[in-house]
Design a protein around this ligand. Structure first.
Ligand code: C2E
Ligand code: MG
Ligand code: MG
Length: 575
């Protein structure tokens, strides 16, 4: 049987003078051709190969396929138009292998119905194989590149914080590990934004998100910062891996801090968030990654508790005490179950020489931690976790319910973040009514070392508090940024001068002068002055000489628990 008897489809190959066409073109034009017939030099059919098998063959080098005799296996396929060709096939294969003419003249192409559609030379097959092979290689290369890109994309997604597009915590820890393996000097810094929660509460999450994105951009624009990350919430971190000395490093991190303190333009106008930054230096402060991150975190928590700024890890200050994370974990349960207790420290009227009131100070006894945390440790954490308000109300309830019938006033510390809630005054009024306590006996102390986010808002909350008859004291005067403007703008009736002024007066002429001037200023503007940190009879005599109205400190009385019967201890004390 000769192929001429088969019904013939016209192909460009048939029209070529040497009767062999370009198989590559053929395959491109005749996608439906699924069989290839093989003929010898005399145009006698030798067998056929399916297009699928043919493609397989093309995928491997031509010569290799022939040697493997894959072609021979593929030749005997059902539907083949020439039968019983086994000997001839092996013969033809032998010839194909050795004989260039057969290679040159070798192939007839039929479609899957066995119809003759064209012929091709061995050379064309070879070229086609190469072309297809190249195509396959190209598509394989493309596929590999695409896969690589997809993998890169997945990795980038897995590594980055979706909101800010900088590294996430996991990737950051990995990068810190890499720096440690490189054994080059580097420093690692932790940032916690100040007043971010208030900002979020006030303007909503969309504005909060805008701020976080700007913070991320500000971090990445410093070429000295090799890795910037958002660890979650309003916590960020970065690595500086340049071999710079301690002073230059401190200066650089101060400049990052200053950068973050700048106003941020948002859809509701310009807002300001501060930042607390703690950092640690590899091989000096810590050797391995978790210790480095821990050290930076500790330094950050300390500086945050001091009202913000920048500080390097200091083993003397940061290595002792309970781990901040452990406090974080235990604190919310302790507040919810009423485990925090009020302690009371007496406040002394200097001229009348008697106790006139008590300041309530939070205590956390039987915390179950390795040592009971001090307010200096857990109050900033409560602020950070948004627990300061529930903390206040549980303690206020206990303290107000235990007020005796005397005329002592009760001072309670509140955080500026509480001055964003309209319900504050109403809730306080209800509490006082419940226990029948005269609001005139209550004083609220607001510390000034934490910046007031929004004075207008604070004023709106404090006004009804003042109208109740509750008085307000500005606490820790002299430790913050805005002392004098705060006295002017908020309705304070007392200033509590920070203990550093009376205690530091021996070492610093200026501190002594500030103490003197502040007491004089209070007298001048008709505000009660109270000096904190009175530890000795000398301290008390000094503030008495300066005309201070009230005094508070260990010399007068340390903070102590409620006595049996729930009455605040009244300790007579003569100076
Ligand atoms: P503060 O309101 O200025 O309270 C005075 C702090 O100075 C208390 O520390 C007190 O124990 C300490 N102190 C009093 N007299 C002396 C003295 O003579 N020498 C020395 N060295 N220290 C003295 P404490 O109880 O550790 O509280 C620290 C700060 O934590 C408080 O400073 C206050 O800002 C904050 N805090 C305490 N309880 C609460 C609370 O219930 N709510 C809020 N928001 N803050 C609180
Ligand atoms: Mg206070
Ligand atoms: Mg104070």
């Amino acid at each position: 049987m000769r192929f001429e008897s088969a019904s013939i489809m016209c192909t460009p190959a048939l029209q070529s003078t040497d009767r062999f066409g370009d198989v590559a073109d053929y395959f491109r034009q005749h996608k439906d051709a699924t069989l290839c017939a093989i003929v010898d030099a005399g145009m006698r059919p030798l067998g056929c190969v399916s297009a699928a098998e043919f493609k397989n063959l093309l995928a491997s080098p031509f010569g290799f396929s022939l040697h493997q005799k894959k072609l021979a296996d593929a030749l005997m396929q059902p539907g083949f138009i020439v039968v019983n060709m086994r000997e001839k096939v092996s013969e033809a294969l032998g010839q194909l292998h050795d004989n260039e003419a057969i290679l040159r003249d070798g192939l007839v192409v039929v479609d899957d119905a066995g119809r003759y559609v064209g012929t091709m030379s061995g050379l064309c097959v070879f070229r086609t194989m190469n072309a297809l092979h190249a195509d396959m290689l190209a598509s394989l290369t493309r596929e590999v590149a695409e896969r690589k890109e997809a993998e890169g994309k997945i990795k980038r997604l897995a590594d980055s914080d979706p909101l800010t597009d900088i590294l996430n915590r996991r990737a950051f820890v990995r990068e810190v590990n890499q720096h440690i393996l490189a054994r080059l000097p580097f420093a690692c810094a932790f940032i916690d934004l100040d007043r971010f929660k208030q900002l979020n509460d006030r303007y909503g999450h969309a504005v909060g998100d805008e701020v976080l994105r700007v913070v991320a951009r500000r971090l990445t624009r410093h070429p000295e910062i090799s890795d910037a990350a958002r660890l979650g919430g309003d916590e960020f971190a970065f690595v500086i891996c340049q071999a710079i000395n301690a002073a230059a490093l401190a200066e650089f991190i101060e400049s990052v801090h200053a950068d973050l303190m700048d106003g941020i333009d948002t859809s509701v106008g310009r807002v300001f968030v501060g930042a607390s930054i703690g950092y640690s230096v590899h091989l000096v402060d810590a050797n391995e990654s978790s210790a480095m991150l821990h050290a930076a975190d500790k330094a950050m928590l300390r500086v945050k508790s001091q009202g913000g700024g920048v500080s390097r890890f200091d083993p003397a200050l940061d290595a002792t005490g309970e781990d901040g994370r452990a406090i974080e974990l235990a604190l919310s349960a302790a507040i919810a179950t009423g485990r925090l207790q009020p302690a009371f420290q007496p406040i002394w009227d200097v001229r009348a020489s008697r106790i006139v009131g008590y300041e309530m100070l939070a205590r956390w006894p039987d915390s179950g931690l390795s040592s009971d945390p001090s307010p200096g440790q857990f109050i900033p954490i409560a602020e950070r976790l948004g627990l300061i308000d529930p903390l206040f109300w549980t303690l206020a309830d206990k303290a107000i319910s235990s007020l005796g019938k005397d005329d002592h006033f009760l001072a309670m510390n509140i955080s500026p973040s509480q001055l964003t809630s309209d319900h504050f005054a109403t809730r306080l009024e209800k509490l006082l009514n419940r226990y029948g306590v005269d609001p005139a006996r209550i004083e609220l102390e607001v510390t000034e070392h934490v910046f007031f986010g929004n004075l207008e808002r604070s004023l709106a909350v404090l006004k009804p508090v003042r109208q109740l008859g509750v008085s307000l004291a500005l606490d820790d005067f002299g430790t913050g940024y805005s002392s004098l403007s705060l006295i002017d703008q908020l309705p304070f009736s007392k200033i509590k001068i920070d203990q550093s002024f009376v205690r530091g007066r021996g070492q610093s002429f200026v501190r002594g002068k500030v103490l003197q001037a502040t007491i004089a200023l209070c007298r001048e503007v008709g505000i009660t002055s109270c000096t904190e940190g009175i530890e000795t009879a000398d301290d008390l005599a000094l503030v008495a000489d300066l005309g201070c109205d009230q005094a508070q400190g260990y010399f007068i009385g340390r903070p102590s628990w409620l006595r049996d019967g729930g009455q605040i201890p009244s300790r007579a004390l003569s100076a």
